[in-house]
Design a protein around this ligand. Structure first.
Ligand code: 9D3
Length: 251
């Protein structure tokens, strides 16, 4: 898989590409990652990338020419017809299904905007899809690009040490994760739930599933609507609800 990112701030991607799951994927050669700066493709002596908006108003707009030049270079370098995705507050909200979809292809080109936005004609001529990462205001598309790369790269088999990890991620299963505990057995006067020390793997599995369902019901009931629970899950969730409503806490 190859991912290209077009950004005015390539340095922001330096630690991102060096560390963690993404860093290992790049080192292992599972993903080719290239960062391009439109400023390097400016023909004017001052290398200006922005200009004032037609019609007036605050802020600046990214000029179409440097972006067109850099995107044509990227597309020539790839020569695989990869889709070009623009990070923008006006885009579709990125989610796990989108991450899985993108992880199945050969890669894509991400364009991170800055300032008030990008000249619309560049979007019409060079951009295939527009994506947002959520309903809050960021200063630019770079964090959005990193979010997408991280979510996509961890879906690729072989990238995670344990192939089951990606499949068990929340949103992959449709429910939130259960609680986690490690040593010591007693911390700040709080014990680890007894069942986790029992060694009874079937009891532990049912407890974890019940906690996961219960937490999803309490915190993100919207997720449960699309989770498609089987009979066992339905039963465990009913147990959780009853215990919760009787104020037993549900251990
Ligand atoms: C005056 C109008 N501006 C503020 C609401 C519009 C605006 C332009 C550019 C707001 C933010 C940005 C920069 N943001 C992004 O490029 C961006 C983004 C975001 O702000 N939120 C969620 N996802 C994304 S992806 C790219």
């Amino acid at each position: 898989m190859r991912i290209d990112v077009v950004t005015l701030f390539p340095v922001l991607f330096e630690p991102f590409r060096q560390y963690g799951v993404v860093g290992r994927a790049l080192t292992a050669g599972a993903v080719d990652f290239c960062v391009w700066n439109p400023r390097d493709f400016c023909r004017d002596p001052y290398r200006t990338v922005d200009d004032r908006p037609y019609g007036g108003g605050p802020g600046m707009v990214l000029r179409p020419e440097p972006l067109k030049t850099v995107l044509q270079q990227v597309k020539k370098a790839r020569a695989d017809g990869a889709r070009t995705l623009l990070l923008t507050p006006q885009g579709q909200v990125f989610d796990h299904a989108a991450a899985v979809g993108l992880s199945r292809g050969d890669g894509f080109i991400l364009v991170a905007g800055r300032y008030e936005g990008i000249d619309e004609r560049l979007i019409e001529s060079e951009v295939d899809e527009e994506w947002s990462i959520g309903d809050y205001v960021l200063s630019g598309g770079e964090l959005g690009a990193m979010v997408i790369v991280d979510a996509v790269v961890r879906q690729r088999t072989g990238v995670l040490g344990d192939a089951r990890s990606a499949a068990q991620d929340s949103f992959a299963t449709g429910v939130l994760d259960h609680e986690h505990y490690t040593r010591p057995e007693c911390f700040d006067g709080r014990a680890v739930p007894e069942v986790l020390l029992s060694g009874d793997h079937e009891r532990i599995r049912r407890w974890r599933l019940k906690r996961a369902l219960g937490r999803t019901w309490l915190r993100r009931p919207d997720l449960l609507a699309g989770a498609g629970l089987d009979g066992e899950a339905e039963t465990l969730l009913e147990e959780f609800k009853q215990e919760y409503l009787q104020n037993k806490g549900g251990q």
